[in-house]
Design a binder for this molecule. Structure first.
Ligand SMILES: *Cc1c(COP(=O)(O)O)cnc(C)c1O
Length: 366
């Protein structure tokens, strides 16, 4: 073995060496329907004003450590209940890492639990934090298997349960009473993180339940709403609990440009809300068109994507790739998702590009 191979073998964790990096398609020249991005840009006038704000940003200084202005704006504009503060993250991906890191280390083995198929960052973050990850299979209709969930909670005593609401990659909202039962089962021994990344589309939230459940963390992001590029996530919980997570947060994790951009755009959040509403209307249309296609089983979605089962998921993705349309093949993610694909709901034009490619792929002999 060469020097560098020996070095890596000697210092890098075995489980990290065995892992592949999180694969993100480059996507240049493609219609991008794989990452649940909002396809609409900000109106020209707003972008010009934003450009001015960014030109005035103080780049030679660290961000103000308290993020007081941005946090106040997030609380005011994004529906944080009175008496609750937020913690900001470099995307909610970072917050997921912080939550898992806060509960586990080598001296205190902890379990992170989530229904599966779930957002992949939950298990990755658990692994890198040195926690055990337990996945509990959803039922066939993608609802929570409460018998299995409650049994797994009793057996593994998870420190954290992640619940994406709506769930990615299935798109559905779990039943409110099931989530309540999980919060009660966890009690003083575990935290439930409600990951509301798709709340701008689902318009359902557990925010107002925070006073009732002190073991509840509500996590969100501005990514799916239309600001994926700036990387800003936020979460809220009982102040004492949030304070513990704050100790693990890197001090300047949200950069000045993100801070300035978010403060400006949140003053015009109604523009993004209107875009989300348009995307929701498109989702209804697209779901109906998909449901009419023979061989396609469409799963109900409250998010800005639609997942579906097709006769041959890999073939559909390949055909769409050849038409320069990028979607997500879910087939290999979990056995329950065999031949399933996921598409971001986009503009009418891009949705048509997807539909036409899909129809072509479904032709006999395609
Ligand atoms: C997209 C997504 C996120 C990631 O959000 P970022 O803020 O962009 O890191 C978190 N949770 C779920 C369920 C997601 O689908």
């Amino acid at each position: 073995m060469s020097f560098i191979e020996n070095l890596i073998a000697n210092v890098i964790r075995e489980d990290v060496r065995a892992n592949a990096a999180y694969a993100v398609a480059d996507g240049s020249g493609f219609v991008l329907l794989d990452q649940m991005e909002n396809p609409y840009e900000l109106p020209r006038a707003l972008r010009e004003e934003l450009g001015q704000r960014l030109a005035d940003a103080v780049l030679n200084r660290y961000p103000r450590g308290s993020y007081a202005t941005l946090k106040a704006k997030v609380c005011d504009k994004l529906g944080i209940p009175a008496g609750y503060d937020v913690m900001l993250g470099n995307g909610s991906d970072e917050l997921i890492q912080i939550v898992t890191t806060t509960v586990a280390n080598q001296k205190r083995r902890a379990t992170v639990l989530a229904p599966v198929p779930a957002f992949v960052m939950y298990s990755r973050a658990a692994q890198f934090a040195g926690a055990d990850f337990v996945g509990v299979k959803l039922k066939k209709d993608f609802s929570l298997d409460m018998e299995a969930m409650l049994a797994a909670i009793a057996l593994h005593q998870p420190a954290v349960v992640f619940l994406a609401y709506p769930n990615n990659p299935t798109g559905n909202l779990f039943a409110v009473e099931d989530i309540e039962a999980i919060l009660r089962a966890l009690g003083e021994n575990g935290i439930a993180v409600l990951d509301e990344a798709y709340q701008p589309f689902a318009r359902q939230t557990f925010m107002d339940r925070l006073p009732e459940f002190e073991n509840l963390v509500v996590m969100r992001t501005v990514s799916k709403l239309g600001l994926a590029g700036i990387r800003l996530g936020y979460m809220t919980a009982a102040p004492q609990l949030l304070n513990e997570f704050e100790k693990v947060r890197p001090p300047y994790n949200v950069n000045v440009l993100t801070q300035v951009a978010a403060e400006f755009v949140l003053d015009h959040v109604e523009v993004l809300d209107a875009q989300a509403e348009a995307i929701n209307a498109e989702r209804t249309l697209l779901a109906a068109e998909l449901a009419a296609l023979p061989g396609v089983e469409v799963f109900p979605s409250a998010a800005n994507f639609i997942s579906m089962r097709v006769p041959d998921g890999a073939a559909v993705c390949e055909k769409l790739m050849s038409e320069k349309v990028l979607i997500k093949n879910l087939s290999k993610m979990h056995p329950m998702l065999a031949n399933c694909i996921r598409v971001t709901v986009s503009t009418p034009e891009e949705n048509s590009a997807f539909l036409n490619g899909l129809k072509a792929a479904l032709q006999p002999g395609a």
